[in-house]
Design a protein around this ligand. Structure first.
Ligand code: MG
Length: 393
């Protein structure tokens, strides 16, 4: 039977964004159809999803037994993600993987001129110049799922290239994470459990730590720079603990536009999946502004949260520095989660990697992959450092 439903390939479908994407599909089954799914290690959960949505094409990127998934003869490994796109012929690829694994399938989708709903930050952080150059050349839309970028996309009226607009600033809001208001000294002894306890957003572990260090916001600055073609000098970050305003833009005439809504990723995901249409929201009560009552804002503390500063420095230095920023952070966060380094060891390790790096032009995948490998090896092999060794602003 012919169907007008939008065919979705969801990469990283068992993660937080992937599951929410499938919740949108479940709610609007007349509009969306899932034709491909991938997970890293959650083979059983992937099998359950494949059965529920009647999906034939699946990929398991991690090692390990596929369990009942084996009946579907899953594609394997990160290379399998590229093959998955070729096999399932989607109308849109939702890239909700974690880490650098999202890059090859994103490039494949661009090559095949398939619109992309992008949630994986590392794709633009690590290879933004390359990805956007190819996407713009082939006119492939990259629609942002991340709440801040989706907010900016909405404020811009669906324009994804802001280079010709009379924009003065783009202002990214940040909740400030669990350690907002703490001084650097007060951060020295914080535990993994404290860092994993995010006040407003419920997310995966890596991004929750990235939110605590503000590296997540640093990555978002880099993403804004690439997605909308705006230089970092015009991208600002403001701490807004209520997370009601998801980001703002300001035109040259002083007018500011903000996008607001409840803090649930369902909304930006539904916005992107349905774009340019808007779905009728049947799931959430309208945001009650009288109940919110107060919106507050404060400048970020770059001394207590140097990761945000490193992100600006890395993207301004260009070349392979953002790749190193991303890879070093990934290893530092893993080492923190496994108890190998202290919380302040995360920025210390990233800074050490950025200082030691010998940059290369980042216009080919090979140079990016090499910088990524170098940074991972460097950060894996380094003994935990005294955070006091770190540069001061
Ligand atoms: Mg965000």
């Amino acid at each position: 039977m012919a169907s007008n439903r939008k065919r979705l390939c969801v990469l990283g479908s068992t993660g937080s964004i992937g599951e929410t994407t499938l919740a949108v599909v479940r709610d609007y089954a007349d509009r969306f159809q899932v034709v491909g799914l991938s997970a890293h290690a959650a083979a059983d959960a992937l099998a359950v999803q494949a059965r529920e949505f009647g999906v034939e094409h699946v990929c398991l990127t991690g090692n390990g037994n596929g369990g009942e998934l084996e009946a579907l003869r899953p594609l394997r490994g990160e290379a399998g993600l590229v093959e998955l796109i070729d096999r399932c012929e989607p109308d849109m690829v939702v890239v909700a993987t974690v880490g650098a694994a999202g890059l090859p399938p994103t490039l494949r989708a661009i090559e095949r001129r398939i619109p992309i709903a992008l949630a994986n930050k590392e794709v633009l952080v690590t290879a933004g110049d390359l990805v956007m150059r190819r996407a713009r050349r082939l006119d492939v839309p990259i629609l942002p799922i991340d709440s801040e970028h989706n907010a900016i996309f909405q404020c811009l009226g669906g324009v994804s290239d802001a280079r010709r607009l009379p924009l003065r600033r783009i202002i990214l809001t940040a909740s400030g994470g669990p350690f907002r208001g703490r001084s650097r000294a007060e951060l020295s002894g914080v535990t993994r459990e404290e860092a994993l306890n995010h006040p407003t957003w419920n997310m995966g572990r890596k991004i929750t730590i990235d939110s605590a260090t503000l590296m997540n916001k640093g990555f978002e600055v880099i993403e804004v720079h690439h997605l909308f073609g705006v230089e970092t000098a015009r991208i600002e970050v403001i701490i807004h603990p209520q997370s009601v305003i998801h980001s703002l833009i300001e035109y040259h005439d002083g007018s500011m536009l903000a996008q607001m809504g409840v803090t649930n990723m369902y909304l930006p995901i539904a916005n992107v999946l349905a774009y340019p249409e808007r779905l009728e929201n049947a799931r959430f009560a309208p945001l009650d502004l009288a109940a919110v009552a107060t919106l507050t804002f404060e400048a970020p503390d770059l001394h207590a949260f140097p990761c945000l500063r490193y992100a600006y420095e890395a993207v301004e230095a260009g070349q392979t520095y953002p790749t190193v920023l991303n890879a070093a952070n990934e290893i530092a966060v893993r080492r923190f989660l496994e108890g190998e380094i202290a919380y302040l060891g995360i920025p210390a390790l990233i800074d050490a990697a950025l200082q030691a790096h010998r940059p290369q032009p980042a216009d080919e995948l090979e140079a990016i992959a090499e910088a990524d490998r170098w940074a991972r090896a460097y950060c894996e092999s380094r003994a935990p450092m005294e955070p006091t060794a770190e540069r001061m602003p």
